[in-house]
Design a protein around this ligand. Structure first.
Ligand code: FES
Length: 96
């Protein structure tokens, strides 16, 4: 288990390592969208990772390609459906 903190609310949740960030956020009841079913095709789950980026799984080709086309992408952007939680705490900023 690890701790997931969500901004701007500052709420924290416990989540299992190996879970996608998207599933952890949805299970917690956070308002995050998924229009493509977690296939790295819709951009709806774009979040900024404020802390704990290294705890997440590495960005793979499909996510990298999608992030390239997103307006407002930054070096701490992730697609929540593609990022697997690790053991270290993670803080994410929801964009919508
Ligand atoms: S849910 Fe569509 S890109 Fe993540």
């Amino acid at each position: 288990m690890t701790t997931l903190t969500v901004l701007p609310s500052g709420k924290t949740y416990e989540a299992a390592a190996g879970t996608t960030l998207l599933k952890a956020l949805q299970d917690a009841g956070e308002a995050i969208q998924s229009k493509c079913g977690g296939e790295a095709r819709c951009e709806a789950c774009h979040v900024y990772v404020s802390a704990g980026r290294k705890s997440l799984s590495k960005i793979q080709r499909a996510e990298d390609a999608k992030l390239d086309g997103i307006v407002g992408v930054s070096s701490n952007s992730r697609l929540a459906c593609q990022a697997l939680l690790g053991q270290e705490p993670v803080t994410v900023e929801l964009l919508s």
